[in-house]
Every structure is written in structure tokens, then in C-alpha cells.
Write a protein that binds this ligand. Structure first.
Ligand SMILES: C[S@@+](CC[C@H](N)C(=O)[O-])C[C@H]1O[C@@H](n2cnc3c(N)ncnc32)[C@H](O)[C@@H]1O
Length: 206
């Protein structure tokens, strides 16, 4: 990995679009590894990464996913997507909004996903955007699938972080907060979410 090249690519994207990036530095390899622990290391899993950025987490997914697995990565930033396509030839890197996850999967004939790993800047999204994307994630996951994402420690008591935690608990039956990754700028922790709640279907009238 070329850290200088990755940091430069990241800072260029931050300068271009600070709100879309949501942080001043790429995720550390330690945070990437912690997020990627939900990726099954056996079988032929399908893994989706949302907001892949410069690929710190993508690298950890590539390191873990078995040979028969499928890895799809989404990002809205065209420069990040071009960079990732060159850096990770085995990953299907798509320029798409996370809110279009269903369209990306159906275009590839993927009916269900084993793990969704997110690097999205949830704190800059409105509660409606958060719920829309989480609904796409819960619909995409297999019943035993796992969703993981991170948040910054210092932002924990702030309103956007609290609203996101509520949205996670509404979307999943189990939401675990893992240990703090101090070796990240700024320090972060991860959420591991299981048993996606499906939206209730309307009941037919009696
Ligand atoms: C915190 S940064 C990337 C983190 C990544 N792990 C890294 O270290 O580079 C967030 C990324 O999410 C992308 N992003 C923001 N909003 C998005 C959306 N609605 N759909 C998909 N990607 C989005 C940004 O372009 C950016 O690359």
C-alpha cells in the first residue's frame, strides 16, 4: 500500500467535497481490519462495501474474503472510484449512491448479501437519508447477514450520532458496540448489527 498516495487522494477528495467525505483522514488499517471481521473467511460470501473512499477498508476485505467470494464496493466520488478500480482489480467497484444499493445488486443478479461494511459519513446525512440507506441495507442482507459501520468516539454524545444509533436499533434486532480503535484519526469504534428487521408487509383486509 502506498500511504502517501492514498492520503493525497483522500485529501484531494476532501478539498473537493468535504461534506461527502465526512472526515479529514482515511481510515487506518486497524479500523479496516476491525470492520472486516464480519466478512466470512470461508465459503463463497457476497460482501458489499458502502463509501469505499481510498480503500483502507477495501484492503482489509480483500485480505479476508476467500477466493470464491464476491466483493462489490460503492462510492459516489468519481475520482475515488477510478482510483479503487485500478488499486483493486478483483473488486467490482461501482460509482453509485448507497441509496441505490438495490439497483446495483439486481443489475448483478445478486439476491442476498452476507455482509455489508460501511465507511459512509453517517453524521453528515439527515435522519431520512440514514433511514433510507439502512432500509436498503436490511433488504439486501441475508437473514443471517451482518452489517458493520464505524463512528468517531468524540462525536458519540452529539445529536447526529444519537439519531443514527436509534436508526440502527430500529433496523436491527442486535446492535453491538465494539472496542475503541485508538489507532485511527480520530479514534473510532464500530457497530456490528445482526438480524435485520424487514419492513412489515401491509396485511390484506379480512
Ligand atoms: C469517510 S470517507 C471514506 C472512508 C474510507 N474507509 C477510507 O478510509 O477512505 C466516506 C466515503 O463515502 C463516500 N460517500 C459519501 N456519501 C455517499 C453515498 N451516499 N453513497 C456512496 N458513497 C458515499 C465518499 O465519497 C467517501 O469516499
Amino acid at each position: 500500500m502506498n500511504v502517501r498516495r492514498e492520503t493525497l487522494a483522500y485529501l484531494t477528495a476532501v478539498a473537493r467535497s468535504p461534506r461527502t467525505m465526512g472526515s479529514v483522514a482515511p481510515s487506518s488499517p486497524a479500523l479496516g481490519r476491525q470492520l472486516a471481521t464480519v466478512v466470512p473467511s470461508v465459503g463463497a460470501p457476497v460482501v458489499v462495501e458502502l463509501g469505499a473512499g481510498t480503500g483502507a477498508v477495501t484492503q482489509a476485505i480483500v485480505d479476508r474474503i476467500p477466493r470464491g467470494g464476491t466483493s462489490v464496493a460503492l462510492d459516489v466520488d468519481p475520482a475515488m472510484v477510478s482510483y479503487l478500480q485500478v488499486r483493486f482489480p478483483t473488486v467490482d467497484v461501482v460509482r453509485a449512491d448507497a441509496a441505490a444499493l438495490d439497483e446495483v445488486l439486481s443489475a448483478r443478479g445478486i439476491p442476498a448479501v452476507n455482509a455489508v461494511v460501511s465507511g459512509l459519513p453517517w453524521a453528515v446525512f439527515t435522519p431520512e437519508q440514514q433511514s433510507t440507506i439502512l432500509a436498503k441495507v436490511t433488504s439486501a442482507l441475508a437473514p443471517d447477514g451482518v452489517f458493520t459501520t464505524f463512528a468517531y468516539l468524540h462525536a458519540l454524545p452529539l445529536a447526529p450520532a444519537r439519531s443514527f444509533r436509534r436508526a440502527l436499533r430500529a433496523a436491527f434486532d442486535e446492535v453491538l458496540i465494539t472496542r475503541v480503535v485508538w489507532n485511527n484519526l480520530p479514534p473510532a469504534f464500530t457497530y456490528a448489527c445482526r438480524r435485520p428487521r424487514r419492513p412489515r408487509r401491509a396485511q390484506p383486509p379480512n
